[in-house]
Design a protein. Sequence first.
Length: 317
Amino acid sequence: METPNRLLRPLSLAGCFILFSVQLLWGQYGRDEKISFYTGVSPVILQKDAVEINFSNSLTSFWVAVNEYLPSQNAIRVANRYRFSRMEQLARVSYGFSPGAKWDLGAEFRYSSSRLDDEARSSPFRVFEGDTGSGNTYRGLSYIGLRFRTMPFGRVPELTLQATVHYPVVREEDLRLRLGAQRTQLGAMATYYQQFNSSTFVFLQAEWRVHLGNDENKLTSHTPSASGFLVLDLWDQKWYLFPGATYSMTLQSTYSGSLVRLNRQFLGSLGVLFQPDTRFGILLNTQFPFILDSGSFYTEWVSESFSSFTLGIRLWY
């Protein structure tokens, strides 16, 4: 099935948009035996020669309703529905270079799979299949990147700053568009956690990503996001429950230099972490939408059809 061209670019942006709102949460003990938590990647700077490895698999799927205006009736009707599904698999390896654990550096590899299915009621798991009569699946290694993280203030170990750069590695032009891997991405992140008692924590994260314009997509876009989590120690520092919320949006630059909002989402989440020790953990997280706004008259992201799940594994030694 040929994907309508008018859907490709908004959905390639949606893929990046959704990916950046999917958060992981882990925990790690510092030298003072105080546990700290983090989403996506640890804010705890690695000791020299220490290694941290993260694997995550995130599947997100929802309906895309295509609207049609009927001038004779001055009304809008849904002309068609598609199911958009995206699978993101991320491998991240970080290494401690600093003797004083002031900074470290990591490498990231992202493998993406994307599918727009003409059968809206089809399974999200079709993204694992090949091409069918109702849609095609596109997949490949989409980005490689570097992540630098540092603890800028020794007296405030709860605060960590991070910077990232990701380069698209897909060669085929059409595949780059369908995987949302056309442009170099730059990112800046700040994380902060606060412990209230031995079993209750709050974790906050703010991030701003920039997708640099190029010959294929001339206008730069921005993806700011903010997340908050309440972390509850359920049993013996091994089982944790963490409800949370994430607000994010995509902003598009214009030729006049201003920014306009393309889309936005406000997602709730609920996660469970099993961490038998600080060197290994496994996590399951699901998200549900409060706001899922495509920002387009032509297409609508149907929140009632939204599903998102993440499975993560973390190793540290």
